[in-house]
Design a binder for this molecule. Structure first.
Ligand code: DNO
Ligand code: MN
Length: 356
C-alpha cells in the first residue's frame, strides 16, 4: 500500500503538511486545484506551486482528486468537445508534474451527498450522515444551503458557482436517461484514456456516493455489475477505478471485499473507510474499525493484500474527534487513527504471508 492523505491546499485546509508527514507511512498528498472551476485548464504555475509545497515537506503529489468533469460532458451537449480538450490539456500538464493517477467521478450535479455533516455518534464524536427519508422529501436547493452553511470551507462538489445553476441543470438532466449517461461516459473515455495512457496517467473513476439515484438524477457506478460494464467501455488498464469502500458499502448488498478481488488489477487508488448502514437506507460514517461499522475493513485490507495490491490508498473520511474543528470528514486525528488501523492489518498480513 502506498499511503497518502488528502490535502485541500494552503489556506483551504486547516491541517499543515508537516502534520500529515508525521503520520507513520504517509508518503504523499492527494490534491486538487479547488479554485479552478470544472472544465477549465489547470494553470501550470499553480500545479508547480502545490508540487513545491508538498515536496518541501517530503510528500509527493502523484495522485490528484479530482479533476472534475464538466456537466456538459455528462449531459452530452455539443460543447463537450471543448471541455474534453481542456481536460486533456490538464492531463498533459499533470503528467509533466509527475502525477500518476487521476481520480474523478461521473455523478450528475452533485458529488457525495449527506443530510448532516455533524451527526453525533454515541461517544460524542460527529460524522457525516445520510438520512434517506429526509432526502426524499428535500428540495435540492435546501440541501445545498445546508451543506454550504455548515462549512466554512468550500466543499469540493458543492462549489457555489456550479450550484448557482441548479435549476437549469435539473431541467437539462430531465432528458438524460441512465443509458444516455453511459453513452456520454464512453464518449469521454474514448477520447481521454488514450491521452492518459500516452502520458502514463491512470484514470480511476470514483463510485457514486451514495450508490443509488438521488433527486431523480441518473447514477451508473453503483455496484459490481456497473463496474464490470465500466471497465469494458474502454478495455485498457489505464481506464481504472478508485475503489471506495465507504461509498459502495453504503449499500449492504455490495460485497466490497469480493468487488476488490474481482477488479484488483484495475484499481489504481483505494479509498478505505467504514460506514454503519441501517435497514431504512440511512448510513453514518464511523471509525475505520470493523467492529464500529457495517463494512468488514479487515476483509477489505485482506482482499487488497491477497491481490498483491501495490497502488495508492487513502483513509478517505474520518469523524471529528478530540475537539477538532475542521473540514467535515477531513480532520487529522480520526484519519490518522484510521491509517494506523490499516497498517496494523496490513503489516500482520505481510508477516503471516512471509511466515515470520
Ligand atoms: C467520498 C469521497 C468523494 C470523492 C469524489 C471523487 O467517498 O471520496 O467525495 O472525493 O467523489 O471525485
Ligand atoms: Mn471515497
Amino acid at each position: 500500500m502506498k499511503m497518502i492523505m488528502r490535502w485541500f491546499g494552503e489556506g483551504n485546509d486547516a491541517i499543515p503538511l508537516k502534520h500529515l508527514n508525521q503520520i507513520p507511512g504517509v508518503e504523499g498528498v492527494v490534491w486538487a486545484l479547488h479554485d479552478v472551476p470544472a472544465g477549465e485548464v489547470w494553470p501550470e504555475n499553480k500545479i508547480v506551486e502545490v508540487k513545491e509545497q508538498a515536496e518541501s515537506q517530503g510528500l509527493h503529489i502523484e495522485v490528484v482528486e479530482s479533476v472534475n468533469v464538466h456537466e456538459d460532458i455528462k449531459l452530452g451537449r455539443s460543447t463537450r468537445d471543448y471541455y474534453i480538450d481542456n481536460y486533456i490539456t490538464t492531463i498533459e500538464r499533470l503528467a509533466e508534474a509527475g502525477v500518476k493517477v487521476i481520480c474523478y467521478n461521473f455523478m450528475p450535479v452533485f458529488d457525495w451527498t449527506r443530510t448532516n455533516l455533524y451527526e453525533e455518534l454515541e461517544d460524542g464524536s460527529t460524522a457525516l450522515f445520510f438520512e434517506n427519508k429526509k432526502i426524499q422529501n428535500m428540495d435540492p436547493n435546501e440541501l445545498v444551503r445546508t451543506i454550504s452553511k455548515n462549512s466554512k470551507f468550500t466543499m469540493p462538489g458543492w462549489e457555489p458557482e456550479r450550484l448557482e445553476q441548479l435549476s437549469s441543470l435539473f431541467e437539462q438532466y430531465k432528458e438524460v436517461t441512465k443509458e444516455d449517461l453511459w453513452g456520454n461516459l464512453q464518449y469521454f473515455l474514448e477520447r481521454v484514456i488514450p491521452v492518459a495512457k500516452a502520458n502514463d496517467i491512470k484514470m480511476g473513476i470514483h463510485p457514486d456516493d451514495p450508490p443509488w439515484s438521488v433527486f431523480g438524477l441518473p447514477r451508473i457506478i453503483t455496484n459490481k455489475e456497473d463496474l464490470q460494464r465500466f471497465i469494458r467501455l474502454v478495455d485498457d488498464p489505464y481506464n481504472g477505478i478508485t475503489l471506495c469502500s465507504g461509498s459502495l458499502g453504503a449499500n449492504p448488498e455490495n460485497n466490497v471485499p469480493d468487488i476488490i478481488k474481482q477488479f484488483a488489477d484495475r484499481i489504481h487508488f483505494a479509498h478505505i473507510r467504514n460506514v454503519r448502514t441501517y435497514d431504512n437506507g440511512d448510513f453514518i460514517e464511523t471509525s475505520h474499525r470493523t467492529e464500529d461499522g457495517s463494512v468488514d475493513i479487515y476483509k477489505v485490507v485482506e482482499a487488497y493484500h491477497e491481490s498483491g495490491f501495490n497502488s495508492y490508498v487513502r483513509p478517505d473520511h474520518g469523524r471529528h474527534i478530540w475537539g477538532e474543528t475542521c473540514r467535515p470528514g477531513y480532520g487529522l486525528y480520526d484519519r490518522g487513527l484510521g491509517i494506523m488501523y490499516l497498517w496494523g492489518i496490513w503489516d500482520s498480513l505481510q508477516r503471516n504471508t512471509k511466515g515470520e
